[in-house]
Structures are given as C-alpha cells and as structure tokens.
Design a protein around this ligand. Structure first.
Ligand SMILES: [Zn+2]
Length: 183
C-alpha cells in the first residue's frame, strides 16, 4: 500500500499563511540522510595519521626480536626431526617435539613465493602500496613471511627461487623488522 504524502507534513496550526517558508519539506528519499555513511567515514578518518600495527614480542620469540636489533637472525630448530622453523616457538611444528634450540641463521635465502599488494589491508599501509609481500626460505629451511624491499613491485622483475639477503628495518626502539632484498 502506497501512502500518498500528507499535504502538510509540518502541519502548521495556522493554515498556509507565513508559517511555512519551504513548501516542499525535503521529500526524504529512503536511505538519504542515513547516519550510516557519515559514521563509517568518521571512524576511519579522525584527522590523525593511522599507523600500521607493530608486532608485540612474546616470551617465546624474545630472542628473535633481540637478535634483529643487533642485525642478527635467530631461528629455532628441532633436535629430533632436525627441521628449522618459523615463527619461533618452544614446540616443533613438524613433529611436536619439545627438544628445540635457537640457532643463528646466515640470512641467506631464496624467494619461495610472493604477492604484490596494490590495496592496503589496513589504513596504516595506505602510503606503502604497492609493496611486495613474500615468503623467503632461509638456507637452513625455515620459511619466513616478510617483505621484499629495494625492488620494483613488478611481477616481471621478481623470480621465484631468486637469492635474497636480509635487510634490517628499525621500526621502534624494541622492534626491528626482518625484510629481504635481492642478493
Ligand atoms: Zn621436530
């Protein structure tokens, strides 16, 4: 059932005279003027810079972060199945052994896979796109999610298996990120 718009929506008690300056009081289209659009917008843009999230070290990974501050790469390896792995944790993800140790990686590795991000996954990355996300396989075997830097974000110029070397990117006093560039 369609309701015909009532003739005087504002229903001024005095009929017609000077009361109503706008005879057509906004025939509100459904959805227009909805609070949804403005509130979404304001939740993202408060006029202040949105920063990319910073990693939070955990007890099991402290040594990894301490190492990066000194431009050293410390990884974990299992003494039972002999496999190295990332991220650092006390239990081997391959065989669930607790006999795991830290070792210092050479940092030499190859590109296991990569993707080029053209759209920021978080507002804090908006000024960083396009960038290259990658998994680098270190020569000891651990595979590390990372970024390739100092390289054109062009798939024609990046080759799976290409050798890479580490780049230590200081983010804060406690956090240095491990990135890679072509060796
Ligand atoms: Zn193991």
């Amino acid at each position: 059932m369609t309701s015909t718009p009532s003739p005087s929506p504002q229903s001024s008690p005095a009929k017609g005279e000077a009361a109503n300056p706008s005879p057509q009081p906004a025939p509100l289209v459904r959805g227009e003027g909805s609070p949804i659009t403005p509130s979404l917008r304001s939740s993202h843009a408060k006029g202040e810079e949105v920063r990319a999230p910073v990693p939070v070290p955990q007890p099991e990974s402290d040594r990894y972060w301490e190492g990066l501050r000194r431009s050293e790469i410390w990884m974990r390896r299992c003494e039972d199945c002999k496999k190295a792995y990332f991220y650092p944790r006390d239990i081997c993800p391959h065989c669930f052994s607790r006999r795991t140790q830290w070792f210092r990686s050479t940092g030499r590795g190859t590109i296991h896979t990569f993707a080029i991000a053209h759209r920021a996954p978080h507002p804090g990355f908006a000024d960083k796109v396009p960038y290259v996300a990658a998994i680098v396989e270190l020569e000891e075997g651990a595979r590390v999610p990372t970024n390739l830097v100092g390289i054109d974000p062009d798939p024609a110029k990046i080759r799976i298996g290409a050798p890479v070397k580490p780049v230590f990117e200081k983010l804060t006093d406690t956090i240095t990120l491990l990135k890679f560039t072509l060796a």
